[in-house]
Ligand binder design. Structure first.
Ligand code: ADP
Ligand code: MG
Length: 595
């Protein structure tokens, strides 16, 4: 029997925005000027990179000097430990109590992201320091609790997930599990017993990250040797499980700390690369852009309530969803170089961080779900099944027409098949995500419309009674906010619909390519495999929708249970009394959820 859980208590999520300025490297010292100043551990001043400007220009404000204020700012003299103490340090204790936390380093290539996250043996970074603290705290609590610490290290490159703990990892898939949240199927998870081992592991993992040489920015165009650019986002996930010792009915708390070393934030358009690399750039931007959009939406949510957070728009945001929303804490460390020739990148990074700052707190909204979705999903499954059976029939018909020639250009055919199968997978996955996002949006707007209706009634009531004017103003103001939300969500929904249309076109094009190949009588074996791929793709989509239905049902049940808890608690019984009554009835209830 599944145990009944009390609702998780809602806690404000906080985003802490820190900026870290790195010193000039010894090479840079001869040719670059330091243009950053950190004041009062909070303010970052960027001086005009053009030092030749006249005094008059400067006082008349024709200077490019800029000033930003953050939660905390670190100057070039600060060590990783200094950054750690003020940012992640205070969150570790919560992770041991089952809370989630996310830390990401954002900045241009060469600004110090990897230095901050992984670090060096003499100056270990946030990843290593976090683990050290985890093990330190565990030693203190070992009397009462059993702990298990596991790590995984992955990269998201070109919207594909690879395992950095595996030598030559294949593509990994994201799964949505209603109990564990987002997981990566097949990802290696290793048990760690000391922090010392981890730096070695991180270095090994980092050496496997997808990199490229580029002359993307000013530093390297002046240098004969081009800069190595990390094109991927690396995510270290540390999971701490805590189990109460010597308890008959023990509960396991599971806290998750995600530390993310993002890809360089410079824009793809700034590189001279073409073709495949531009595509890389576009995909990196997809994740970074999606992250920015989520951060913006979370900020909006704080002000307005039900604003849609587009987590589904990229792999990275889907991966980080737990850590960005709900009962979790997030730290963004924006890294900047103090060199004058990096002025452009530095101000771009600071602007991004400045926008992120707006999210101070937000409370997880418990958006109820609507039964209609199950019907929607079911309809899609039905359509898919029709399509699958049609495909099967066509395939059987074509089978007889095909000649069984031996392969001629085997390699060619295989790589073509490879590309096509990859495209089919991507097409299916995209479709599933778009459809789910659209359902979520519609769900949200249903709630908005319900609220709007209630507000309209209340407003009418107030106007009739000519009652409290201030209250009426509040209602009207709230009505405007809800209307704005509906409009924003409708707009986002229209985009998703367009994307779905585009996705559908792509799907037809893929099908056309297969048909064409079949009619031009290319090799039978390959075509059979290819058609199987397509069938698998469809079946995969069907399964995903079935899983979505299951998730929906679980979520609904959870909501019902939560309501029951609220009801019980509002009856005046306290937690212990409820547990006692339940025990008398032989009902098992999990207690002691994390605060
Ligand atoms: P990114 O990962 O952002 O591309 P890196 O972390 O690789 O950049 O840093 C680029 C270079 O600058 C490296 O040689 C690194 O050792 C050095 N560096 C970065 N941050 C600092 C710092 N705070 N103190 C000293 N050196 C730093
Ligand atoms: Mg790096």
């Amino acid at each position: 029997m599944r145990a009944i859980r009390p609702p998780e208590s809602k806690q404000a999520t906080t985003l802490l925005v820190a900026v870290r300025c790195r010193p000039l490297t010894s090479k840079e010292q001869t040719k670059s000027r330091d243009i950053l100043r950190v004041v009062d551990d909070k303010v970052v001043v960027v001086l005009d990179p053009d030092s030749s400007k006249e005094y008059l220009d400067r006082v008349q404000n024709r200077s490019k000097e800029k000033k930003y204020v953050f939660d905390v700012a670190f100057g070039p003299e600060c060590s990783n430990k200094d950054v750690y103490n003020v940012t992640v340090g205070s969150m570790i204790e919560g992770v041991l109590r089952g809370l989630n936390a996310t830390v990401f380093a954002y900045g241009a290539t060469g600004s110090g992201k990897t230095h901050t996250m992984a670090g060096l043996p003499e100056d270990p970074g946030l990843m290593v320091l976090s683990l050290q603290e985890i093990f330190g705290l565990i030693t203190k609590q070992e009397q009462e609790h059993d702990f298990e610490v596991t790590c995984s290290y992955l990269e998201v490159y070109n919207e594909v997930i690879y395992d950095l703990l595996e030598k030559s990892s294949g593509h990994l898939e994201l799964r949505e599990d209603p109990d564990q949240g987002i997981t990566v199927a097949g990802l290696k998870r290793i048990q760690v017993n000391s922090a010392e081992k981890i730096l070695e592991l991180l270095n090994l993992g980092n050496s496997r990250r997808k990199t490229e040489s580029t002359n993307a920015n000013a530093t390297s165009s002046r240098q004969p040797n081009a800069l190595i650019v990390c094109r991927s986002h690396a995510v270290l996930e540390i999971i701490v499980k805590r189990k109460q010792r010597n308890q008959y009915r023990s509960q396991v708390l599971r806290g998750k700390l995600a530390l993310v070393d993002l890809a360089g934030s410079e824009r793809a358009s700034e590189t001279n690369n073409a073709g495949q690399k531009l595509r890389d750039g576009a995909n990196i931007n997809r994740s970074l852009l999606a992250l920015a959009n989520c951060i913006n939406a979370l900020g909006k949510q704080q002000k307005k309530g039900l604003a849609y957070v587009p987590y589904r728009n990229s792999k990275l945001t889907r991966l980080l969803k737990d850590g960005l929303s709900g009962n979790s804490r997030t730290v963004m460390v924006a890294t900047v170089s103090c060199a004058d020739d990096q002025y452009h990148h530095t101000t771009n990074t600071l602007k991004y961080a400045d926008r992120a700052k707006e999210i101070k707190t937000h409370i997880q909204t418990n958006v109820g779900t609507v039964d209609a979705h199950v019907a929607d999903y079911q309809r899609m499954i039905d359509n898919l099944q029709v399509e699958v059976s049609q495909l099967r029939r066509e395939l059987a018909e074509k089978e007889t027409q095909l000649s069984s020639r031996t392969p001629e250009k085997a390699d060619d055919e295989l790589s073509w098949l490879d590309v096509l199968s990859h495209d089919i997978n991507e097409n299916v996955e995209m479709r599933v995500n778009l459809q789910k996002a659209l359902f979520e949006l519609e769900d949200m707007n249903l709630h908005n419309r319900m609220e709007l209706q209630q507000l309209d009634e209340l407003i009418a009531q107030h106007q009739d009674e000519e009652g409290d004017g201030e209250k009426l103003d509040d209602l009207i103001e709230r009505r405007q906010v809800v209307l704005d939300n509906i409009r924003d969500n409708d707009e986002a929904g229209a985009h998703y619909r367009q994307d779905i249309e585009h996705n559908e076109k792509q799907r037809k094009e893929l099908q056309r390519q297969i048909d064409e190949a079949i009619s031009s009588n290319r090799n039978k074996t390959y075509l059979r495999i290819l058609s199987q791929y397509r069938l698998l793709g469809m079946t995969n989509m069907e399964l995903q929708f079935q899983m979505a239905i299951r998730d929906q049902i679980i979520q609904d049940q959870r909501e019902a249970l939560n309501n029951m808890w609220r009801l019980l608690e509002s009856s005046g019984l306290n937690h212990d009394q409820i547990l006692e009554i339940a025990a008398q009835q032989g009902i098992m209830i999990e207690d002691g959820m994390p605060m």
